[in-house]
Write a protein that binds this ligand. Sequence first.
Ligand code: BGC
Length: 254
Amino acid sequence: MAEQNEHGLAFGIDVGGSGIKGAPVDLATGEFAADRRRIPTPHKSTPEAVADVLAELVDGFDLPDDAPIGVAFPAPLDHGVVRFIANLHKSWKGVDLPALVQEATGRKAVAVNDADAAGVGEQRYGAAKGHDGVVLVATLGTGIGSALLVDGILVPNTELGHLEIDGHDAEHRAAESARDRDDLSWEKWAKRLQRYFETVEMLLSPDLIVVGGGVSKHHEKYLPLLDLRAEIIPAELRNRAGIVGAASMAARPH
Ligand code: BGC
C-alpha cells in the first residue's frame, strides 16, 4: 500500500472514453501542483495502447521518485481487476490494472473506478466534504458513474449507471452523451434525469446527491428542473474530481 510521500504529492490519472488526463496533486489542498495534460484516448483503446499513453503522460512531468500513481478507470474494479467494460475496448476484461500501470511507469499504482475516485475527491476536498449519512455522487459523461459514500466510507463499484429503467440501460438514456447524441434540450434531458434520479432515490434514499462530470458546470440549466426528496447539488471539483480522488486514494486508500 502506498504511503503519503514526503512531498505530499501523488499523480492522478483519469482514463476516459475520449481523453486520458493527468496531473500531480497536492494532497494537502486537492489542487493540481502543475497544469493538467490531456492525451486523446487511442482509437483502439486496448490495454497495451492505453498503457503507452499512461507512460507518456507520467514521463511528461518532473515527479518525485516516490510519488505514487492513482488511476481512475471507467469500469468496476475487483481489487484492481477489470470486471466488465462498457465504453473502452472489450479486451480490458480481466486485466489487473495496478500491475499494468506499475509495469508501464515503474511506479507504485492503485486503480479505482472513475466515479468512486470522483466521489472520494468530492468527499475529501469538494461538495460532499463534511456530509455524513448516505451520499451519492453521480458523474454524467460518456456513461453514468456512481459513488456511494456512507458516513464518509466508500461502498465501491456500485455501477448505478447500468440500472435498467423502463427497459433501457440507464446511462444510454440519461448520460451527457445521450443529450448530445439525441440532440436534447435541457428540459428534455432533465426529464430523463428526473426518471433516473427518482429511481435511484427510491432504491437508496440518499441524503445528498452530488452531480459531477464536465456538464456539472451547466448545472443551473437542469438541476433546478429536478424534483427530488434529497438535496441535489453540483460537484465542486467537476472534471478534476477523478484525477484528484485517484491521487488522494493512491496515498490514502480509505
Ligand atoms: C461504467 C462505470 C463508470 C461509468 C462512468 C459506466 O459505463 O460501467 O464503471 O464509472 O461508466 O465512466
